[in-house]
Design a protein around this ligand. Structure first.
Ligand SMILES: C[S@@+](CC[C@H](N)C(=O)[O-])C[C@H]1O[C@@H](n2cnc3c(N)ncnc32)[C@H](O)[C@@H]1O
Length: 348
């Protein structure tokens, strides 16, 4: 993460006060205790900077069997398993593949398909296991407080899903506010592909176990929808290219069918990319839009909106409104504030 090079204790305190409360009381509690535990912070500081990320350490401990508990028990677990925790932290990265984010992208994807009057070709950069590449194969419930709008994949998605039993899709639930252009149906996706530094494979049991460990302890509903999404993806695993998004995007885009409307999108990725890398990516998207025509959906958190030099990508946006949330931009224009796990969509 490039997030303004927080000190480690500060990073855990931020995670415990901004990111975790409301989603995981256990992680919030552990993180705040870790922030005040200089001996543990000194141990974490022996890892390279990008390995000190709270979620990575907590997920490694959970993978190794740490149970929801009071801090002293967790601390004892860490002492007992520190070598294995370190090994896991060094060999893995935070690659949470949050399928719930499809709900916040869906209205934009369907609006693009409708405006272009043709099916979509999707490229996700920073795709992890590629679960967000199947927005046409999941069910959705959008709730504006008065009405729940349900959308289900149609028969065409089942045909695409290949032979064998069609798995029950996850239901992605999302609270909406403002004039969200809710679609009547799911977009038609002709082609899908992703890029990741380290693509995870939905057919590999170790990768699947790690994806489950990345889900916060109390969020059983996220684990359940992850399992269902993995079952959907396993029927027809996506094309995933290993490499840097800046190196791979143009050659992958050349493989997209020319008759489809190309959409390049990303969620929770640019926080891992330097300011220079992000600037290069913006330039690549612009050249792609010029040469081939493409749409760009960016769904990223406040660390990306506020640049390393202190300037803000979207100057008119009040950063207080974004705290703990993501901003969705379509071709660089802000369209919505989104819940980081796809739980809410507040249209601007
Ligand atoms: C937090 S995960 C998010 C995954 C997925 N976008 C989602 O929303 O579920 C971030 C992913 O970005 C990938 N990533 C980070 N930097 C990258 C880069 N420069 N090029 C390609 N992938 C990158 C990581 O490997 C990781 O899988």
């Amino acid at each position: 993460m490039t997030a303004a090079a927080l000190g480690t204790a500060e990073w855990y305190r931020h995670f415990g006060t901004v990111d975790a409360p409301g989603s995981s009381p256990c992680y919030a509690n552990w993180s705040l205790h870790i922030a005040n535990d200089p001996e543990l912070i000194a141990r974490i500081d022996r890892w390279p900077y990008n390995k000190r990320q709270p979620l990575l350490m907590l997920a490694a401990a959970r993978l190794l069997g740490a149970k929801v508990s009071a801090y002293p028990e967790f601390r004892a677990f860490l002492d007992e398993h520190w070598a294995e925790v370190s090994r896991t932290v060094m060999s893995r990265a935070t690659q949470t593949n949050e399928v719930g984010r499809c709900a916040t992208l869906l209205p934009s994807l369907e609006a693009i398909a409708a405006a272009e009057a043709r099916p979509l070709a999707l490229i996700e950069v920073g795709a992890s296991a590629g679960l967000a590449l199947f927005p046409d194969r999941y069910s959705y419930e959008f709730d504006d407080g008065a009405t729940v709008t349900r959308l289900d994949p149609g028969a065409s998605a089942e045909l695409h899903a290949g032979s064998g039993e069609v798995p029950e899709p996850p239901v992605l639930r999302c609270r909406t506010a403002g004039p969200v252009p809710l679609p009547d149906s799911l977009p038609s996706v002709e082609w899908r592909a992703g890029i990741d530094l380290n693509p995870l494979d939905v057919r590999n049991p170790d990768d699947v176990t790690w994806l489950e460990a990345l889900i916060w302890p109390e969020q059983e509903f996220r684990r359940e929808r992850l399992r269902r999404a993995i079952a959907v993806a396993r029927q027809d695993p996506p094309l995933l290219v290993a490499g840097d998004l800046n190196e791979q995007l143009l050659s992958l885009a050349e493989q997209a069918p020319p008759d489809a409307a190309l959409v390049v999108f990303h969620s929770a990725v640019m926080g891992y990319v330097s300011a220079d890398g992000r600037a290069r990516f913006r330039a690549t998207i612009q050249s792609l839009a010029r040469d081939r025509s493409c749409h760009w959906l960016s769904n990223e958190g406040e660390t990306v909106i506020i640049q390393e030099d202190g300037s803000v990508v979207v100057p008119e946006m009040d950063p207080g409104r974004l705290r703990g949330n993501f901003l969705l931009l379509h071709n660089g224009q802000p369209v919505a504030i989104t819940g980081p796990h796809g739980q809410s969509l507040d249209w601007l």
